[in-house]
Design a protein around this ligand. Sequence first.
Ligand SMILES: [Ca+2]
Ligand SMILES: [Ca+2]
Ligand SMILES: [Ca+2]
Length: 190
Amino acid sequence: MTVTDGGDLTSSARITINVVDANYAPTCADAAFSIDENSAVNAKVSPDTAMSATDQDTGDTLRWTLVNDNIDGAFQISSTTGKITVAKAILDHEARPEFNITVQVQDSGAGRLTGTCFAAISISDVNEAPTLPTLGSMEIREDAMSGFNLGAVLGSDVDDSDVLTYSITAGDSSSAFNIDSSSGNVTRNN
Ligand SMILES: [Ca+2]
Ligand SMILES: [Ca+2]
Ligand SMILES: [Ca+2]
């Protein structure tokens, strides 16, 4: 560095400037995914893409973690790739149709700086089989009249909007009984 006055006198000095390599925090982008309920452990969310992050420091290695609202530990994230998969086979659309998980990305620079973003994961409905109670027995007198009402068989279905239809499939070869397809009510036929 040189300084010059109005005349021809100059003075020089050497100045050393130390450039401190400042660490910039990484940032990550919110993302939305979906996955079927009842998916198995290690099943991938859809689309099959990783969380994405940027860090101005080109040499930084980024590590991913799920830090909040990963309810019951249902999901896991690869610390190196940022890909989210199922950790426990407990996904149930009827019980919890959506997760909104806070994701953290941490760099390898000074202070191990972090950025956070959200992964919204919607749990898609899958049709699940209806169930019938384990039936005991119904009693009817042998001289009961046609139309005699034995009562209803009530099934259940976990899916919100499913309509159940009843039918007798075996054990009544002489068609002695009738079941109402919508109510499940069993009556004597003949
Ligand atoms: Ca950084
Ligand atoms: Ca379910
Ligand atoms: Ca379902």
